[in-house]
Design a protein around this ligand. Structure first.
Ligand code: ADP
Ligand code: MG
Length: 251
């Protein structure tokens, strides 16, 4: 099984605040991985530091055995929706085309192939009829689908999504999770910061429990357990068993 990502001894400081403390892990190909932890646990920081968007100390981060810088065309990133300026005037199809620009030299315009890839990506997320709309006019779920389409158009191998399901409608959520599952079938690896604990078992193969440190990481069946969860949430959640299914309440 191919190694997709390797992170060694990653720490992040914001002035005096340590947001991430000495996190090491690796991810294999064909995995859908949930990153779970309370608000302020450093989940977004972890992703941004891996991508080199936030300064960190580490003893090596690589994707497909290359530096992140060399691998970045093959890595797609969908940031938290709240971090995006939705007033920026840009058409839906142009947002998706951004996924192609990463592959184009600065002097080249998108080719017919690039345009076809954009059309296909819009189709996959069910946003074809909105392609000429301004991104700011769409609902939260539709915006998220457009950003997923951009990641698809990039034809990446490794995907990072930060809370893609937060505040979106059920239809968009279903479309997106099905796309993520089909990417996994293509042996891609997808890391997803995720806040809804009730869906973890349904959505992910593996789960990473984060609260500044890596509290647990492994198969959902092994790692998504009350002991580790209460350690992650520091007792701020209630756990109970209902028909053999673990339910998690609160956050
Ligand atoms: P999560 O995504 O798990 O909610 P974040 O990674 O956003 O957590 O934040 C982790 C911690 O770092 C929080 O205490 C947050 O307030 C702090 N933090 C995040 N970004 C910055 C920043 N740019 N400057 C200073 N502190 C930050
Ligand atoms: Mg976050």
């Amino acid at each position: 099984m191919g190694r997709m990502l390797e992170v060694n001894n990653l720490s992040v400081y914001y002035d005096n605040l340590q947001a991430i403390n000495n996190v090491s892990f690796s991810a294999d190909e064909g995995k859908l991985i949930g990153i779970v932890g309370p608000n302020g646990a450093g989940k977004s920081t972890l992703i941004k530091a891996i991508l080199g968007l936030e300064k960190s100390t580490n003893s090596g981060i690589s994707a497909f055995e290359k530096s992140i810088k060399k691998a970045r065309r093959q890595i797609a990133y969908v940031p938290q929706r709240s971090l995006i300026d939705w007033d920026f005037p840009v058409l839906v199809e142009d947002v998706v085309m951004m996924g192609r620009y990463i592959h184009l030299p600065w002097y080249k315009r998108p080719s017919k192939d690039d345009k076809n890839i954009v059309t296909e990506a819009l189709e996959k997320v069910g946003m074809t009829e909105f392609r000429k709309r301004q991104i700011g006019e769409l609902s939260g779920g539709q915006q998220q689908r457009v950003f997923i389409a951009r990641a698809l158009a990039q034809q990446a191998t490794l995907f990072f999504l930060d809370e893609p399901f937060a505040g979106i409608d059920v239809t968009s959520e279903e479309i997106i999770i099905n796309i993520l599952k089909s990417l996994r079938e293509e042996n891609k690896t997808i890391l997803v910061v995720h806040h809804d604990l009730s869906k973890v078992e349904e959505y992910f193969d593996q789960v990473m429990l984060v609260n500044k440190e890596l509290i647990g990481y492994g198969e959902v069946s092994e790692t998504f357990k009350p002991e580790l969860l209460s350690q992650t949430y520091k007792g701020k959640i209630k756990l109970f068993k209902d028909n053999d299914q673990m339910m998690v309440v609160g956050n």
